[in-house]
Ligand binder design. Sequence first.
Ligand SMILES: Cc1ncc(COP(=O)(O)O)c(C=O)c1O
Length: 431
Amino acid sequence: MGKRYADMNADERKAELKRLEAKLEEVRARGLKLNMTRGRPGSGQLDQVNDLITILSQEDHLSEDGSDCRNYGGLTGIPEIRRAFAEVLGIDAANLIVQDNSSLNIMYTLILHALTFGVPGGDAPWGQNPKRAFLCPAPGYDRHFAITEHLGFDLITVPMTATGPNMDMVEKLVAGNANIKGIWTVPVYSNPDGIVYSEETCRRLATMKTAAPDFRIIWDNAYVVHHLYPDQPELCGSVPEILALCAEAGHPDRVLQVASFSKVTFPGSAPACLAASKTNLDWYLGHIQFRTISPNKMMQLAHVRFLEKRGGIANVMRGHADVLRPRFEMVLKILRENLADSGLAEWHEPKGGYFISVNLRPGLAQATVNLAKQLGVAFTPAGATYPRNNDPSDSNIRLAPTLPTTDELKTAIEVFCLCVRYCALTEGNAK
Ligand SMILES: Cc1ncc(COP(=O)(O)O)c(C=O)c1O
């Protein structure tokens, strides 16, 4: 790694600058065009699950309750797919329904219904409250924040810690402000940090006193089966079953849990589920029944057959992990080789999920992403992991190692490290 910039004298810094500039020229001459912006599965992963496309024969269209999946009906999803989700979440299938075609779709609809009609336990539609607010643990998932921003909420940033959102802050905020209607959470392998919530965090979320009687936790379990080290799943064993926890605490309607098979099979074509109390499920169904007659039951049936053929979801996820693990490990190795002990960057070493989250020395993120873009490598925009794209420290960058080829990924991360070093040396930031 060499000397820290902070310990270099003027001549050493000059020599380092020359070295970096030469490297930048080399990269520029390559005319790169790489996209590292989003957490999409790579084509190798999609190929692994391709038999989903042809798994149903013409004769195979009945679900186990005898309903014809080719036809209308069955708003709650076919029983077998509900069981598949229930197994993943460790709950009873009666506590969830299966919908199309993305969990974001469900989350957006939940918030929209809350705004328009109010939720059980509330005394008015959320939309009637111009001061409505939502807690946004950050760094977090940009699309969560975007939903609540788009729908007119004040976004309140809560810092993430190694065990989940800063719960002292969450408890204080929700106890003192009835305008705060909910909180976004990703309890397992959070996006982007890969953090798994501690049991204590989950308990505090379930038991905390909220000034709003109709407070909701959006429990987005997007990565519940996305282990990079599937033989050590105890790594996320700290997360208790949240519906039961909230019910025990006397708040059965507090949590709305979502999950999907988007990154198990084909994003955009996979079923997603909503798991919640009976009261909440009835509320949701009571409104969506006006929007749709039936979910895509053929795709639900195809998923059931596909999972049966593959011997269960854990086996499918093992295949994905075998593709992803070497990529994550390569990114971490390049970061270590180029930036360890530099004082310029720290990063998480996730055991699952889709991202590696890097915290640069404050003030470096925007410049680094801009420079990389000039060199033909697009990273997730700086600030995207914070509400309203505003990272107050200009520090966090989300690396998404899944989509590019391995060679492209290697190049992209090397370019990233080069840009960090160059920006640190030239932006008046070297300390
Ligand atoms: C935390 C989180 N939730 C939800 C999603 C999207 O899931 P879906 O395809 O089910 O809408 C993502 C995708 O990156 C995610 O990171």
